[in-house]
Design a protein around this ligand. Structure first.
Ligand SMILES: CC(C)(COP(=O)(O)OP(=O)(O)OC[C@H]1O[C@@H](n2cnc3c(N)ncnc32)[C@H](O)[C@@H]1OP(=O)(O)O)[C@@H](O)C(=O)NCCC(=O)NCCS
Length: 179
């Protein structure tokens, strides 16, 4: 059985613990203060209205998570989705990112989204490697768009086609997708 499942508010502690060191110690996330578990629970609950929010749970605990989010709010963007993935620091290069993204991209495709976009603060060989291996194509870089820990940071953008051709229907909210 796959270790990937839909997140629940009870996963918020584990998700917050995975994310916190990346926020505190790196510029992988442009967030500056690690969100509390309560804030993570709020975020995942609101995400699940529209987008998948998945965790990788090996039976002993949550080791990674991935979710979709709005790219930009204006209505014509609504077939585009941004994707995010994190694996616990002690559990990298074990296939967790790939397992999460495989399921996430499949669900987003079934919902009817057209393109997935990922913004990666550079350099990040792990994330670039994962996205390339999942079929994302490099688009370009927003230079010096973030300033964190006293340094300017570039953000590279990658895109993955989810469906060919023009969208023929509205994306289905994740909460309404039959699973
Ligand atoms: C990016 C991340 C989610 C990848 O997840 P992971 O579980 O470590 O990666 P996987 O084991 O699933 O690797 C899948 C593929 O990604 C690529 N990859 C993973 N780590 C890599 C690395 N260090 N260098 C180059 N390619 C890498 C490889 O193609 C790999 O396939 P392979 O192992 O068969 O060669 C994880 O490393 C992570 O959480 N990093 C820190 C947070 C982060 O950068 N998140 C993304 C924000 S944009």
């Amino acid at each position: 059985m796959s270790a990937v499942r839909v997140a629940a508010p009870a996963d918020a502690d584990a998700i917050a613990a995975i994310y916190a060191p990346y926020v505190r110690e790196t510029a992988i996330s442009f967030e500056e203060v690690p969100p509390t578990p309560a804030e993570m629970a709020r975020r995942l609950t609101s995400t699940l209205e529209i987008y998948p929010y998945l965790v990788f749970d090996d039976g002993d605990g949550v080791l990674g998570y991935a979710y979709g989010s709005v790219h930009r709010a204006k209505p014509a963007y609504r077939w585009s989705v941004e994707t995010t993935v994190y694996a616990a620091r002690h559990a990298q290069r074990r296939g967790i990112g790939r397992a999460l993204y495989t399921e996430l991209l499949d669900l987003l495709t079934r919902q009817g989204f057209h393109s997935a976009f990922a913004g990666i603060a550079l350099p990040n060989d792990q994330s670039v490697g994962l996205h390339l291996s999942m079929g994302f194509v490099y688009l370009g870089t927003f230079a010096e768009i973030g300033f964190k820990h006293g340094e300017l940071h570039d953000l590279g953008w990658w895109r993955r086609t989810l469906a060919e051709g023009k969208p023929r229907r509205e994306p289905i909210p994740f909460k309404s997708l039959s699973r």
